[in-house]
Design a protein around this ligand. Structure first.
Ligand code: PMP
Ligand code: GLN
Length: 378
């Protein structure tokens, strides 16, 4: 059989997590919390199951959850999506992104992505015959250059994918960035996928500029969220996609035959849990405290650090420590220092190596202290 994705190998998150377990290393690589989520949320899921919410949910999602997300989006971004026609609950953000890409991309279409990029964009683009056009963000600030984006737009460009707050760099798009995106998308008639899975993890008083906040941008965007990320349950694989009705209609045609519908009891529980805005509004300060504790603990290390502005990832620049490649360095840290991290060159065009590794600080204070002790000896 001829492979459809000949260049795809096992994801670096899986590789490094396995290495962490093989070498009994502290795992700050793959992005997942090592603490429990709110017991009240778990109780709500148990209650939903006990009460019999165990059969198929509607194809586009449990109605009350769709309504709650639409109300939350209105509250936070002043944009009202229609809960019947403009939202679908998905099996995590990965499936939402895949389905959105499948909806948009035809053979030979070009899709612009910013690199370093989360790993699921490019394979999906290629699977549907598209061509990924990377725009490289440069360390250490990873600031988008919109003129470069415009230079890469051709008559074949159909889609642009953005991710804010950004994995792995921890940068956040400004209002001006989103306005530029809106301008270019309008000028060249592009569809946008706005990956906003870290929408509630943003620091130092910065604002999350969702694509939903900009009406012309929203009218051509799929906006993607993830409750696994938001509520510390990455294993639940539940998320959502918001888009105007014309786009969502096409999205649903694919979702219907790929997934049909997402597990019911968690949807029922999330609908109730999201009614209390504090459950998501408290997350930025919760994670900022973790970031601050961690950065204070490693402030005298030999790594160069620019504090993350969002997500639960921090980049560590090791150029003063070693001139090894980031892969060799990260593997050596796992084996010799018993700490697993993510080398980031694999997320870049041509594997450009900025000598930066990514660590996940969604960890208990105890783990952060143990990690810092190791990091300070490197
Ligand atoms: N986008 C980004 C930027 C991510 O970091 C992740 C990983 N959580 C995803 C999408 C996928 O999210 P999910 O686990 O809900 O599929
Ligand atoms: N989003 C997680 C990360 O960036 C990984 C999810 C996965 O393993 N696919 O680390």
């Amino acid at each position: 059989m001829i492979s459809k994705l000949p260049n795809v190998t096992t994801s670096i998150f899986t590789v490094m997590s396995k290495m962490a377990s093989d070498y009994n290393a502290l795992n700050l690589s793959q992005g997942f919390p090592n603490f429990k989520s709110d017991s009240y949320l778990i109780e709500l899921v148990n209650k939903a199951m006990a009460e019999g919410y165990n059969q198929y949910a509607p194809m586009s999602g449990y109605l009350e959850l769709r309504e709650t997300i639409c109300n939350k989006t209105k509250l936070l971004h002043s944009k009202k999506y229609n809960s019947d026609t403009e939202i679908t609950i998905t099996a995590g953000a990965t499936q939402a992104i895949f389905t959105a890409i499948a909806t948009v991309i035809n053979k030979d279409d070009e899709a612009i992505i910013f690199t370093p990029a989360y790993d699921c964009y490019s394979p999906a683009i290629e699977l549907f015959g598209g061509i990924t056009i990377p725009v490289q963000l440069k360390a250490p600030f990873y600031k988008p250059n919109w003129e470069e984006v415009e230079d890469k737009i051709t008559h074949k460009t159909k889609l642009i994918i953005v991710n804010t707050p950004h994995n792995p760099s921890g940068i956040v798009f400004s209002e001006d960035d989103m306005l530029y995106l809106q301008f270019l998308a309008g000028k060249y008639n592009l569809i946008v996928i706005s990956d906003e899975v870290y929408e509630h993890i943003i620091f130092d008083g910065l604002i999350h500029y969702s694509a939903a906040k900009f009406s012309e941008l929203a009218s051509r965007s799929f906006i993607i969220g993830s409750f696994g990320k938001t509520f510390h349950n990455t294993g639940w694989k539940i998320g959502y996609c918001l888009a105007p009705e014309n786009l969502m209609n096409e999205f649903k045609k694919i979702h219907q035959y790929n997934v049909f519908s997402v597990n019911t009891p968690i949807q029922k529980a999330l609908a109730e849990y999201l009614e209390t805005a504090a459950h998501y509004l408290s997350l930025s300060s919760f994670y900022q405290q973790k970031r601050d504790v961690f950065l204070e603990l490693i402030k005298d290390s030999k790594f160069k650090i620019i504090p993350s502005k969002g997500t639960y990832f921090q980049m560590l620049d090791f150029s003063d420590i070693s001139n090894e490649s980031d892969f060799v360095f990260a593997k050596r840290l796992t084996k010799d220092y018993k700490i697993a991290t993510i080398p980031t060159s694999g997320f870049n065009e041509n594997q450009e190596d900025f000598k930066q590794i990514r660590v996940c600080f969604a960890k208990t204070e105890e783990t952060l202290i143990s990690a810092a002790k190791i990091i300070n000896t490197i």
